[in-house]
Design a protein around this ligand. Structure first.
Ligand code: BG6
Length: 516
């Protein structure tokens, strides 16, 4: 069954209680400073997101951008680089006037991140903007550099007196990864919070900016239908998959020191788990939503050394066939040491040990070079208690399954048992489906568009709080250390396949991995 567009004609915007008050917050005048202004993230995501916000008229009327990077460049040269990045990566072809308007407000500051004089030039540039504008602008500093520079930049912002402003809001945006262990995350939090107040800090997890991830909360808390079933009495298991068909590309230097657990599970996948498992917050403010998520993370028992081999599996892709071509295995990728023990696949079986979820397995699975790219959450209900049909009629009766597809083909599908037309009572599963594309007929904004606007508005709901990021590491840290202590080589899976056989070991009772 297809669902038709749910918005009533003439329904005023902002009537949705989930977002009431938030959507209408204005976007105040802001200067955004990107550290690492010529890096991959800035080029592929941040600049195109800014362009698309400008295209939608969603940037504040007065918006300035300052790029900071090591190499000397004229403002003009940096503007040309921004234009080239936007042309290459924007989700829509750029409109000449919009692009010109955006680029006019772009400046460049050269300097190494530990060089105090670069911060003096930066401060001067920000003051000049304000003098020209005749008003104060809020300031947002975006750390889009290699993570080792995060504390360096934060300290320099502190010592150059840029972290606070008497008349304007100053915000700090920190990209992932936020530490590579619990200890590092704690140290980074300490450094950041010795200079900034937590209310100024926006830790990015771009999954939270995805429309479909936000829709998870709408799905759960704007519908009376599922919430009564959303607990251990009716739900048998939850399976969260984030599979990718691509390999590591040119990111060996980063990826080989990270691996699948740190790259996707510690952040994005635990956020998905939180959105599935959290209690309804009292309201949708940043504090209440994040309080509920932290409670979920703290309810996940910290893996003990003995339990890890039972509840966590890792593997590496070998050579295979993907995307219509033969591809090398992980160990043959450029830049990867031939004896690397970095996992490109990780799967966990977790439990959320609280009143609502005790005993329900939460399976998490992610990997590079799997059969296809799909991110989904599959919630399997318990089987019906009794089958009154004849034996042959009962064969097609399966537990109901609700699948929330985060990407691609974003949507929701519910499997039901239905009678096959005919003279006998024979049942088979059918699907009721809602798809974003056909229902709303509009292109969703990129996650970074939403997140950058939220920072400018000062709304931290979709960002990870200090205790939240530490609670995520609390779960992953013992697995990271246990794996680091084990010798290689790792179990292998064929590139382009469903993943390693070893992943089957995690499944309880009749559970099965869904096909990727
Ligand atoms: C990033 C990881 O955080 O998320 C990448 O570093 C991964 O390795 C990416 O490919 C996946 O994001 P998305 O939005 O494509 O699902």
């Amino acid at each position: 069954m297809a669902v038709t567009a749910p918005l009533q004609e003439g329904q005023p915007e902002g009537e949705n209680p989930l977002t009431e008050g938030l959507e209408r917050l204005p976007v105040p005048p802001t200067t955004l400073v990107i550290f690492g202004a010529t890096g991959d993230l800035a080029r592929r995501k941040l600049l195109p997101a800014l362009y698309n916000l400008a295209h939608d008229g969603a940037l504040p009327e007065r918006f300035q951008l300052v790029g900071v990077a090591r190499k000397e460049r004229a403002h003009e040269d940096y503007r040309a680089e921004c234009e080239e990045a936007i042309r290459a990566f924007s989700r829509r072809p750029p409109d000449a006037d919009v692009l010109k308007g955006l680029l006019e407000n772009v400046r460049y500051v050269a300097g190494t991140f530990d060089d105090a004089s670069a911060y003096r030039t930066l401060g001067q540039t920000l003051d000049d903007f304000e003098r020209d504008a005749g008003e104060v602008l809020n300031r947002a500093f975006y750390l889009s550099t290699a993570p080792s520079f995060f504390p360096v930049i934060v300290r320099q912002l502190g010592s150059s007196k840029l972290a606070h402003h008497e008349h304007a809001a100053v915000r700090l945006i920190v990209e992932k990864p936020f530490g590579t262990t619990l200890k590092e995350a704690q140290e980074l939090n300490q450094t950041v919070l010795s200079i900034f107040d937590e209310s100024q800090v926006f830790r990015i997890d771009h999954y939270l900016g995805k429309e479909t991830v936000q829709n998870l909360l709408a799905f759960r808390f704007a519908n009376g239908m599922f919430e009564p079933l959303w607990n251990r009495n009716y739900i048998d298991s939850v399976q969260i998959t984030a599979s990718e068909d691509l390999g590591i590309g040119s990111r060996a230097a980063y990826y080989d020191r990270s691996g699948a657990l740190r790259d996707l599970i510690q952040n994005h996948m635990l956020q998905l788990l939180c959105n599935v498992a959290m209690e309804p917050p009292v309201n949708f403010t940043a504090e209440e939503v994040r309080n509920e998520k932290v409670k979920v993370l703290l309810a996940v028992p910290q893996p003990t050394a003995e339990a890890i081999s039972e509840m966590a599996v890792r593997a590496q892709y070998g050579p295979g066939h993907a995307g219509g071509e033969d591809v090398p295995g992980y160990l043959e990728e450029q830049g990867v040491p031939a004896d690397s023990t970095t996992e490109t696949f990780a799967a966990l079986r977790l439990e959320v040990d609280n009143w609502r979820w005790a005993g329900v397995p939460f399976y998490l699975r992610t990997g590079k070079r799997l059969a296809r790219k799909i991110t989904e959450i599959a919630v399997t209900l318990k089987p019906v208690p009794h089958l009154a049909f004849s034996q042959s009629g009962s064969l097609g009766v399966r537990p109901n399954q609700l699948v929330l597809t985060i990407q691609p083909n974003e949507g929701v599908s519910l499997s039901l048992g239905a009678k096959i037309p005919g003279t006998r009572m024979i049942i088979r599963p059918v699907k009721m489906e809602f798809q974003y594309g056909t229902t709303f007929l509009s292109q969703s904004p990129e996650a970074y568009e939403r997140l950058i606007t939220d920072v400018m508005r000062g709304d931290a709901t979709l960002f990870t709080r200090d205790d939240e990021v530490e609670a995520q590491w609390r779960i992953c840290d013992p697995i990271v250390s246990s794996w680091a202590a084990l010798p290689g080589p790792l179990p292998k899976y064929l590139a382009g396949s469903q993943g390693p056989e070893e992943a089957e070991q995690l499944l309880l009772a009749d559970d099965r991995w869904r096909a990727i």
